[in-house]
Write a protein that binds this ligand. Structure first.
Ligand SMILES: NC(=O)c1ccc[n+]([C@@H]2O[C@H](COP(=O)([O-])OP(=O)(O)OC[C@H]3O[C@@H](n4cnc5c(N)ncnc54)[C@H](OP(=O)(O)O)[C@@H]3O)[C@@H](O)[C@H]2O)c1
Length: 289
């Protein structure tokens, strides 16, 4: 899969936030494409299992569009919701049976015959690597899935699974409010094994909206640097991620086209090395050793 430089995260497009109509989905998809943002990130569970199908309805309004976009989706989490009455507790399921039926459902939801990239959503202590690999092999062979990867996997978990199957991507949380992957080996391990990194919540789920112990200090620093680099403060966290040698692809969660495009434009802002470390210092509350 050739991903666009920024991925549009669709978690908030439906019932979990914006509650867009099919026409609003279609408009936002079209606007993304016009700005070269052609890859869309989903999961079976988004909107309590409704967002994929809503996106599919919007695709149906635009015949011929499927070839111009790439669809990522995930499976492996079971949510408790009235849409899945059989689930009695939140749990993970990475059995072959579950993976295959989840993919079949996603294909139906999107109204497509292939998923560009399928990710296992979370590491599952009950995961049987050989079983996952054989299910994925069959999906790759059939052309129903073009690329396979994982999400939220630490290096040892990736190492275990990739003994059986190639991991094209690991989608992880990484931002100024979640810096652990900078030092836990996840990025180096991915680079060593040719696994692309996608980054979810690159703005810390909206540093600007949510609560964080370093929020005030971070906002002050972002505003200062925005002045220096003549950009919007929300572009600085994306520029900061883009300095990493693994060149992570941000999965941007905004539901507004201007903000999604702003994130893409942030990839052209080269931060000075000292500014990169200043942001790290402000984010973690301490200077490097
Ligand atoms: N693999 C996983 O386990 C996992 C977990 C969570 C999410 N994800 C993926 O990652 C995507 C992004 O996650 P996220 O939504 O938490 O990430 P985010 O991009 O860090 O945050 C987006 C949120 O910040 C708000 N925001 C406020 N000011 C903004 C600004 N200036 N620019 C952009 N956004 C601003 C957005 O509101 P507006 O909509 O009003 O702009 C939106 O609510 C999801 O859509 C999903 O595809 C993956």
């Amino acid at each position: 899969m050739n991903s666009s430089s920024v991925i549009a995260g669709c978690m908030r497009w439906g019932t979990w936030d914006a509650k867009y109509s099919s026409q609003e989905y279609a408009t936002l998809i079209q606007q993304c494409i016009e700005h070269g943002i052609t890859t869309f990130d989903h999961a079976d569970i988004y909107g309590h299992y409704t967002t994929e199908a809503e996106f599919g309805k919007a695709l149906a309004l635009q015949p011929g569009i499927r070839g111009n976009i790439q669809l990522i989706t995930k499976c492996g989490i079971n949510l408790v919701t009235e849409n899945r009455p059989q689930n009695t507790i939140k749990s993970y399921n990475t059995t072959a049976k579950h993976i295959v039926s989840s993919v079949e459902q996603s294909l139906k939801n999107f109204g497509t015959d292939y998923i560009d990239c399928l990710l296992i959503h979370r590491p599952d202590p009950l995961l049987n690597a050989a079983e996952v690999a054989s299910a994925i092999d069959a999906l790759l062979q059939s052309g129903k899935v073009l690329k396979f990867g994982v999400s939220n996997f630490l290096p040892h978990q990736s190492a275990f699974l990739q003994q059986h199957i190639k991991l094209s991507y690991n989608q992880i949380e990484l931002s100024l409010t979640h810096t652990a992957p900078l030092l836990d080996g996840t990025l180096e391990f991915a680079m060593q094994h040719g696994t692309g990194i996608m980054v979810w919540s690159p703005l810390g789920q909206g540093i600007f909206a949510g609560d964080h112990p370093r929020k005030e200090a971070l906002l002050k620093c972002l505003n200062l640097l925005a002045e220096k680099y003549q950009c919007h403060p929300s572009q600085i966290p994306i520029a900061w991620l883009n300095q990493l040698p693994c060149k992570p692809i941000p999965v941007v969660g905004s539901t507004q086209i201007d903000r999604i495009v702003q994130a893409k434009d942030a990839l052209n802002i080269p931060l000075d090395r000292e500014d990169w470390y200043l942001l790290l210092e402000v984010a973690t509350g301490k200077e490097v050793a």
